[in-house]
Design a protein around this ligand. Structure first.
Ligand code: URA
Ligand code: SF4
Length: 203
C-alpha cells in the first residue's frame, strides 16, 4: 500500500503535539480554547522560542499569528528566512489568563515538551525571544545585555533577542530586533557552533 513519505521527525513531533493538545499537567489547560504546540520544519536549523500563546494563538492553535507574529514574520522575511524553514514554539503551550507571564510551576510542567521537541529537531541554533525564554532556559540575565549574542549551554547554541511584542511600539527596539534576526541568518551560514560566548561574561 501507498505510504506517505514524511520528513524524518515529523511523526515524533505529531506525537508530542497530540500529547500537548490533551495535556492537563498545569492549570493553564483550564482556560485554553486551543493548545499551541508549535509548528514548522521538523529538520529546522533554527528554532525560535517565545513566551506563551496570546489570544489569537489560543483561537487558532498556531504560534505567533497575532500582532507580534506579524512583526516576527516581517523580521524573518527581511532576513531571508521563510516561516516554513524554521520551527516556532513557546515556553508554555497554553495561554495564560490575560497574557500574564507563565509561573515557574507552569513552565516546569510544560518544559519536557519543549525538550522533546528540541531532541527531535536538533536545531543548530535556538533563538530566544525576550525575557521569559531567556530566564527559563539560561538564567536571570538581562535581555538588553544579551541581545544579539550567542550563548552555549547544555550542549545547545542559543541566540538572544527581544520579544517582538516589546518591539512593536518601540522603533529603536524594532530596529535592533530586525538587525538581530538578520544576524541570526548570518550565524546559520557561518558555523559558529563553537564560538558562543561563555555565560561567565555576563555574571
Ligand atoms: N507571544 C508569544 O510569546 N508567543 C506567541 O505565540 C504569540 C505571542
Ligand atoms: Fe500542559 Fe503545558 Fe498546557 Fe500546562 S501549558 S496544560 S503543561 S501543555
Amino acid at each position: 500500500m501507498f505510504k506517505a513519505v514524511l520528513m524524518p521527525g515529523a511523526n515524533e513531533l505529531e506525537k508530542i503535539a497530540a500529547e500537548i493538545v490533551t495535556c492537563v499537567k498545569c492549570p493553564l489547560h483550564k482556560n485554553r480554547a486551543n493548545a499551541v504546540p508549535g509548528e514548522g520544519n521538523p529538520r529546522a536549523e533554527v528554532m525560535l522560542i517565545g513566551e506563551a500563546p496570546g489570544a489569537e494563538e489560543d483561537k487558532q492553535g498556531r504560534p505567533f499569528v497575532g500582532a507580534a507574529g506579524r512583526l516576527l514574520n516581517e523580521a524573518l522575511e527581511k532576513a531571508g528566512f521563510s516561516r516554513e524553514e524554521v520551527f516556532i514554539t513557546n515556553i508554555v503551550k497554553c495561554r495564560p489568563p490575560r497574557n500574564r507571564v507563565p509561573t515557574e510551576d507552569e513552565r516546569r510542567a510544560c518544559l519536557p515538551y519543549l525538550h522533546r521537541q528540541l531532541e527531535v529537531i536538533k536545531p543548530k541554533i535556538i533563538c530566544l525571544l525576550g525575557r521569559t525564554p531567556l530566564e527559563t532556559l539560561i538564567g536571570p540575565y538581562s535581555i538588553s545585555k544579551m541581545r544579539g549574542r550567542t550563548i552555549e549551554k547544555d550542549g545547545w547554541l542559543f541566540f538572544l533577542t527581544y520579544h517582538p511584542a516589546a518591539a512593536i511600539y518601540n522603533p529603536s527596539l524594532k530596529e535592533q530586533f530586525l538587525k538581530d534576526i538578520q544576524k541570526l541568518r548570518e550565524l546559520i551560514h557561518r558555523d559558529e557552533r563553537r564560538r558562543g560566548s561563555s555565560l561567565d561574561e555576563f555574571l
